[in-house]
Design a protein around this ligand. Structure first.
Ligand code: PMP
Length: 314
């Protein structure tokens, strides 16, 4: 930890008021910290001709609300209030590229079931490169193309214990173990399998492949977190007349793919060029991957009139 760096000069929304970055804390015994019940969502902010805009803000807030419903967390804010909280936090934090909204039980509890289930909401808007990554001693540079290790450890499969559609902290523990191991082995990321051995997703992104027949395929909704970027790519495929299907994928389907890419708010469309020891699309992003990546980038900059409704201008 690089303690010599002062805290970022940013202000964080906490239950309707703004507090300095370093004051946006919870107690060590907070229920959500101890039990992994924090629900969250993550959005990206883009520079456009009309100023900064948040990509697909209502969809992210709807997913947070859905996570809380699925987890039984009594979130007491309306969708409109949370949208405005995110917009105002970005307005007050110039240069922010990311927005993270967290809903958690801050109460100190003894039992698993909290006596005080009040949900606290925090919204942080920041530039991850300067406000976070640069403050650590050995930043991991984000590669332009990704190599994936297939996680074959059956104790590390996408389980049914917590539905993958719930974006809660506890759902990231086994993916983190798998990804950390993959990193140590020289891969950028890891591909998680379902309990049945089909391909699911990476820890924080969804997978698409382009088959030899030229169709785009992504694993079914029940097996993955419903990524907003995944939904965007499915919609863009239709707009670009690329056939796209949701269906079970085997590891061999991925090895035999013409192209593959990951999708997430943090990375957009991220080309996969290696899976285990298999090189895909000659180690370069394939044509369908590039077409979708470039289209999404253009939309994010507000340069595609057909999709400006995906941007929430501030
Ligand atoms: N899967 C998981 C498990 C994730 O955490 C994320 C990141 N939110 C994604 C997929 C990609 O989702 P999105 O496109 O909404 O960022």
């Amino acid at each position: 930890m690089a303690d010599e760096f002062p805290a970022p000069d940013r202000t964080i929304w906490r239950n309707g008021e703004f507090v300095p970055w370093e004051q946006a804390t919870v107690h060590i015994l907070a229920q959500s910290l101890q039990r992994g019940t924090l629900a969250f969502d993550y959005m990206s902010v883009h520079e456009t001709d009309r100023g900064p805009a948040i990509l697909r803000l209502p969809e992210h807030i709807e997913r947070l609300i859905r996570t809380c419903e699925l987890a039984g967390l009594p979130l007491d804010y309306s969708k409109a209030a949370l949208i405005e909280a995110c917009a105002e936090t970005v307005r007050r934090n110039p240069g922010a590229r990311s927005v993270k909204i967290s809903a958690l039980i801050a109460s100190i509890e003894v039992e698993l079931i909290p006596q005080d289930p009040t949900i606290s909401v925090f919204v942080a808007a920041y530039d991850s490169a300067t406000d976070i990554i640069a403050r650590h001693e050995s930043p991991f540079p984000m590669p332009e193309h990704v190599s994936l290790k297939i996680e074959r450890d059956i104790s590390n499969r996408r389980h049914d214990i917590i539905a993958p559609q719930m974006k809660v902290a506890a759902n990231y523990t086994s993916p983190m173990i798998a990804k950390w191991r993959a990193r140590r082995e020289g891969f950028d990321d890891v591909l998680l399998l379902t309990e049945g051995g089909h391909v699911a997703e990476a820890p924080t992104s969804n997978l698409f492949i382009v088959t030899a027949a030229g169709e785009l395929v992504t694993p079914p909704a029940e097996q993955v977190l419903l990524g907003i970027t995944r939904a965007s790519v499915i919609e863009l495929a239709a707009a670009l007349a690329v056939p796209c299907h949701e269906r079970d994928l085997t590891v061999d389907d991925v090895f035999g793919a013409n192209e593959a890419f990951l999708t997430a708010t943090s990375v957009g469309v991220w080309p996969v060029v290696r899976v285990d020891d298999v090189i895909l699309s000659n180690g370069e992003p394939g044509p369908v991957t590039r077409q979708l990546r470039d289209k999404l980038r253009k939309i994010s900059r507000g340069e595609d009139p057909d999709f400006t409704h995906w941007l929430h201008y501030l």
